[in-house]
Ligand binder design. Structure first.
Ligand code: IMP
Ligand code: MG
Length: 180
């Protein structure tokens, strides 16, 4: 699996440092607010698991699954909820935990959808941001790393459901995928 990686973009050490830094910031910003962290499956799973351990105040978690991709590497623009939250979020302080913001379509859809449910606030924390491909402009409150326009895998991110278990973020060897 590691032989399929062209280049390691972000090592597990750097991810760990960044996650700790974000956790400290969230601890201060959300003190007294009992935030609800909403993980967008499946890509956000590892980031949530590591990030929540760095937050030193009580938090709750919930999960949501959406589909945003027509094929493996290109956004279709059609977003569908595959699995919804367990709980009512009215009056809650929501922090959406995402793996990556690419075109922004998925996040825009999720934000609009959550806002109709009457939360007290909705903010976003993403591990990766790929601003070069942004189509819909949305404010992102917490960003781990800005990355160039490369298709990345690992640390939760997949190519056709594979590579999510790599502990780092890497670039897939270009001959192994096509942006058809
Ligand atoms: P957006 O709607 O275009 O912002 O896409 C967001 C979703 O597309 C992410 O949650 C990922 O699941 C997927 N995605 C976007 N870029 C990449 C990438 O470079 N590698 C793997 N998945 C990606
Ligand atoms: Mg995702």
């Amino acid at each position: 699996m590691e032989n399929d990686v062209d280049e390691v973009l972000i090592t597990d050490d750097r991810i760990r440092e960044k996650t700790a830094e974000l956790g400290r910031k969230l601890t201060e910003d959300y003190r007294g607010k009992n935030p609800l962290l909403i993980c967008v499956l499946k890509g956000g799973l590892m980031f949530l698991a590591d990030l929540m351990r760095e937050i030193q105040i009580p938090v709750e978690i919930d999960f949501m699954a959406v589909s945003s991709y027509g094929d493996a590497t290109e956004s279709s623009g059609v977003v569908r909820i595959l699995m919804d939250l367990d709980r009512n979020i009215r009056g809650r302080h929501i922090l959406i935990v995402e793996d990556i913001i690419d075109t922004g379509r998925t996040l825009t859809y999720i934000m609009e959808n959550l806002h109709t449910r009457g939360p007290a606030s909705v903010k976003v924390c993403t591990l990766l941001n790929k601003p070069a491909r942004r189509i819909l402009d949305i404010p992102i409150d917490y960003v781990g790393f800005e990355i160039p326009d490369r298709f990345v895998i690992g640390y939760g991110l997949d190519y056709r459901e594979i590579y999510r278990n790599l502990p780092f973020v890497g670039v897939l060897r270009p001959e192994l995928y096509s942006r058809e």
